[in-house]
Design a protein around this ligand. Structure first.
Ligand SMILES: Cc1cc2nc3c(=O)[nH]c(=O)nc-3n(C[C@H](O)[C@H](O)[C@H](O)COP(=O)(O)OP(=O)(O)OC[C@H]3O[C@@H](n4cnc5c(N)ncnc54)[C@H](O)[C@@H]3O)c2cc1C
Length: 227
């Protein structure tokens, strides 16, 4: 079953029916960090996308739905001369997926800008979790284990910047990504967290595994940590 809720209430209704019928639930955003097995996913897959992609700008704070595309958000807030989200310019996920993963790049991540996240738990209850309560760490949040739930919206604190500087920063990140990361194929993003101070891509490359393929899944020829 593939479900694309049109609203938060629609999402809650779907969740209730699925729980009542004991149907396993998986949530996805834009699928930019997923490798789906050939046999597919059993049960219901709920995609956070259109319908969960509202955006409100209030001064230098923004409230945005979990289904909003991160790349579009980074571009659109530059219009309002808001700075702080430049790091997300080339990350092809959704806001909800980024909150769940504490997505980041270029020395910043979601934890640096998030004020609070609105979480829907599987039992149908919702709660706003503060930045501290989200227990962010390197590509980690509390949603991954301790408090499994779905990010339906988030509030971010940004600061006033200059449009030209923000656009230049976004372009710099975009150009860097185009040179170093695979954009021409469907891509599941990075496979491993970096075992700092090492880099997973370098370790995979040193093992001679760039281009290694099993079935339809292949380690990128361009970057050892991309699949
Ligand atoms: C070319 C490329 C470059 C990338 N570069 C970066 C990078 O620089 N930095 C970085 O951090 N990541 C990067 N990624 C990985 C990916 O874009 C991010 O991890 C992104 O945050 C995933 O969001 P998504 O919506 O696509 O999530 P999905 O891939 O759909 O799902 C990933 C996980 O998040 C969960 N999830 C999704 N939405 C929600 C939600 N609303 N609530 C709760 N859980 C949810 C899913 O259940 C799943 O476990 C890159 C990927 C690609 C393909």
């Amino acid at each position: 079953m593939f479900i694309q809720p049109k609203s938060i209430d629609g999402l809650k209704d779907a969740l209730k029916i699925l729980k009542e019928n004991n149907i396993p639930i998986s949530v996805i955003g834009r699928g930019s960090n997923l490798l789906i097995p050939d046999e597919g996913i059993r049960g219901a897959v709920i995609q956070f996308g259109k319908g969960l992609d509202h955006l409100e700008v209030d001064g230098d704070q923004i409230k945005v739905g979990g289904g909003y595309p991160l790349v579009r958000l980074a571009a659109i807030i530059s219009r309002d001369e808001l700075s702080g989200f430049e790091f997300a310019g080339g990350i092809p996920g959704s806001v909800g997926g980024a909150v769940y993963m504490n997505a980041g790049a270029h020395g910043s991540d979601i934890s640096k800008v998030l004020v609070k996240a609105h979480i829907l738990f599987e039992d149908g209850t919702t709660e706003w979790l503060s930045n501290e309560e989200m227990k962010f760490n390197y590509r980690k949040s509390v949603l991954q284990d301790e408090r499994k739930g779905f990010c339906i919206e988030a509030i971010f604190q940004l600061e006033k910047g200059h449009k030209e500087d923000i656009l230049a920063e976004l372009k710099k990140h975009k150009d860097y990504r185009r040179e170093t990361q695979p954009w021409d194929y469907p891509c599941a993003g990075s496979i491993f967290r970096n075992p700092l101070p090492n880099h997973a891509g370098k370790l995979v490359e040193d093992l001679g595994l760039k281009g290694f393929q099993i079935g339809g899944a292949k380690i990128s020829e361009m970057h050892g940590n991309y699949c």
